[in-house]
Design a protein around this ligand. Structure first.
Ligand code: ADP
Ligand code: TRP
Length: 324
């Protein structure tokens, strides 16, 4: 089984990215042949400073490796090191109905937030389809917000195959883990770097403390009264970091009353710090050897490119590019 996923280097990664996409992807590297990449072509739609983009790419590489991506098992690479993907994106764009892209939420959301309505932003799902189809991917672990892009990918593969020949492009399946499909942010909306409501991965404990103690909104239920369980951001986040017993104890205490939100938040902070501590340590080690990280990405690109060449060759022949 070929597993593939990508993540944009468009800012610091956060706890939503970790539980929604990275953790499932890391777990799945045991189950098949995994291809994971840093989607720097995609990030160009929002990051307009070369130095900044390069820094984000480095950070994502370090974060992903520190969290457990194992380059012995998974092929880990930079999207732009396999420029073949842009050729497949162009070919796919010629079978992409405008209406299909016009229906995509992410374009509408991003332009509504004030991002310039560029062609790149509009055509983003076609490049993502190319990412997936270029490697004959079977399974794509992502958070729920990417589900529509997987549907577009399947639609384009079906259209392409109907026109040029059955079986040319493989239809991928999304893998969305329902328990962590949408991790809430500090304000209770979906955690997202666009909403300024994130818990960053690898924040200093001091910074995490400020975010948790000051930014998670709570109601004015008195200490001794029972607290609402439904919709509690503290509980939802605690569940991600704590063992089942600790979680159950906190939920029971919410229902019983007698413990204040400040205490619950302190427990959440401690669980979060403890959870990420080994990864923090690993990240510091990796940071000390930037050459080794670059070597991993370079070796990954080589393997990815060989695979990409096979699929692209099949596609070029089918559509009539080059000699038969
Ligand atoms: P952001 O919303 O912060 O810009 P991205 O869109 O770059 O995050 O998401 C990268 C990956 O992380 C995607 O697979 C996405 O589905 C997942 N993801 C992002 N935020 C969350 C969240 N709050 N809960 C679950 N998964 C998420
Ligand atoms: N669009 C994804 C996101 O914003 C990143 C991405 C690009 C991706 N290409 C992909 C994810 C291919 C999975 C497969 O998070």
């Amino acid at each position: 089984m070929r597993i593939l996923s990508g993540i944009q280097p468009s800012g610091r990664l956060h706890v939503g990215n970790y539980f929604g996409m990275m953790e499932p992807a890391i777990r799945m590297q045991q189950q098949g042949e995994a291809f994971y990449f840093i989607a720097d072509y995609h990030a160009l739609t929002t990051v307009r400073d070369g130095g900044e983009l390069r820094q984000y790419v480095r950070d994502v590489a370090l974060d992903f490796l520190a969290c457990g991506l194992d380059p012995q098992r998974a092929v880990f690479f930079r999207q732009s090191d396999v420029p073949e993907v842009t050729e497949l994106a162009w070919i796919l764009s010629t079978v992409t109905p405008m209406g299909l892209l016009e229906r995509c939420h992410s374009y509408k959301d991003k332009t509504a937030r004030g991002l310039a309505a560029s062609h790149g932003l509009f055509a983003y799902p076609v490049l993502m389809a190319a990412d997936i189809l270029l490697y004959d991917s079977d399974a794509v672990p992502v958070g729920r917000d990417q589900k529509q892009h997987l549907e577009v990918t399947r639609d384009l593969a079906i259209k392409f195959n109907e026109h040029y020949g059955e079986g040319l492009l493989k239809l991928p399946e999304p893998v969305i883990q329902e328990t962590t499909a949408v991790v809430p942010g500090l304000d209770g909306q979906k955690m997202s770097k666009s909403y300024d409501n994130t818990l960053p991965l690898f924040a200093e404990p001091g910074a995490l403390k400020k975010l948790i103690m000051r930014r998670i909104a709570t109601d004015s239920t008195p200490v001794e009264a029972p607290k609402p369980v439904e919709g509690s951001v503290i509980l939802q986040l605690f569940r991600l970091f704590a063992g089942a017993d600790d979680y159950q104890r906190m939920e029971d205490e919410f229902r019983a009353g007698g413990v204040g939100y400040g205490d619950f938040k302190k427990r959440l902070l401690a669980a979060c710090v403890e959870f990420f501590e080994p990864m923090q340590r690993r990240r510091r080690e990796l940071e000390a050897d930037p050459g080794a990280v670059e070597d991993v990405l370079r070796a990954g690109a080589e393997r990815a490119r060989a695979e990409a060449a096979r699929v692209l060759d099949r596609v070029r022949r089918a559509v009539g590019l080059g000699l038969a």
